[in-house]
Design a binder for this molecule. Sequence first.
Ligand SMILES: Cc1cc2nc3c(=O)[nH]c(=O)nc-3n(C[C@H](O)[C@H](O)[C@H](O)COP(=O)(O)OP(=O)(O)OC[C@H]3O[C@@H](n4cnc5c(N)ncnc54)[C@H](O)[C@@H]3O)c2cc1C
Length: 405
Amino acid sequence: MLYDLSDRAQQVLARVQARVEDAIIPLEPAFAAAMKSPDRSWALMPELEALKHQSQKEGLWNLFLPDPERGAGFSNYEYAFMAEAMGRSLLAPEVFNCNAPDTGNMEVLHHYGNAEQQAQWLTLLLKGEIRSAFCMTEPDVASSDATNMQATVRLDGNELVLNGRKWWSTGVAHPNCELLIFMGRSSDTGHRHRQHSMVLVPKNHPGVRVERLLSVFGSEHLPYGHGVVEFNQVRLPKTALLVGEGAGFEIAQGRLGPGRIHHAMRAIGAAERLLKMMIERGLERQAFGKQLIDLGGNRERIANHRMAINQARLLCLHTARIIDKHGVRKALSEVAQIKIVAANLMQQVADDAIQMYGGAGVDDALPLGEFWAAGRVLRLADGPDEVHRGTIAKLELKPYLDARK
Ligand SMILES: Cc1cc2nc3c(=O)[nH]c(=O)nc-3n(C[C@H](O)[C@H](O)[C@H](O)COP(=O)(O)OP(=O)(O)OC[C@H]3O[C@@H](n4cnc5c(N)ncnc54)[C@H](O)[C@@H]3O)c2cc1C
């Protein structure tokens, strides 16, 4: 193998790749049909649930978590190859208990939860028995600047009282969603990054209400769903607070670093599959006496995508190595870079694949539209491209500006 991976990582990678290609991708048409079913009561696809149990039994489970006790014990570098394999199907990550937002939420509980909180929530999440959502973004404020957040967490004796409205809370519609991680303002004074706190909220707690589901270009992304969630006088014991008052930003930073690189790893896998589909279609169809691949600059597009995918993969692996060796705080620029690069890559390859397929490209019988939409929203979710460009520029300029002080 070109890249140095341990024997164990290589074996697991080969099994993940085989499971995705042989068992998960073939289920996509049935899943797409079920999504369209007028009977909205269908929830979890039995075939996917069976694959999940199989993965768990075989140890192809929690591969994202470097901790060897709770997770599979792979480094971010090793996991990058596995996540890329999972990225080839939008259905795959959950089959290995490696799907967002649960992975990020499990990381939060693993790093910041106390023993009681871990026993109550983390154990069930690691077993895949419950799902969770992360409630940070709000409809009424520009949430790319998270210091804008207005929802509140107030202390009342030994209780916390939560109020506010969140949206784009991914996962709230999932039938097994039981935990919401809520971030709200707990103080109006002090450092702007010490004014918010995070609280663990049972989804079925009094005062919590999913107002409605949002759609992404017409799809509600079931079974996960993105919800608008109201928190109205939600009362919880103080023990539901993560770390302590004012720790919200510290936890959010810790959560988003690995989460963003995981998105990037999967997006690269998606781009690989899209390129493959694009080439296959270009070779099998003819117009104007030529194969589609030989018309109108398609070969150049394919060459450009091959270069872009290879570059993105190297940047992703480079970022993973920095995180593994020095921690996520030393990889802030690289994480921002790969988040932008991979999301745009996925969207662009999907767009060109759709074009190569003509009308078939926009029909939901093929996953191209879903991949395009997933790439497009990834340019917003976990922070818009522009905010990440701002981070990269700030870090790049820092030594120059420091030298001028
Ligand atoms: C599919 C999907 C899933 C999501 N899942 C979750 C989730 O699970 N939990 C959660 O809390 N949130 C989630 N989000 C929300 C997401 O993180 C926010 O939409 C994002 O952070 C942007 O916030 P906003 O929508 O308020 O946009 P705004 O803050 O209003 O920004 C709008 C636009 O302004 C521009 N802009 C903003 N800042 C800058 C800047 N510094 N420089 C230049 N231009 C700028 C950008 O073009 C940006 O797109 C999800 C979003 C989507 C679409």
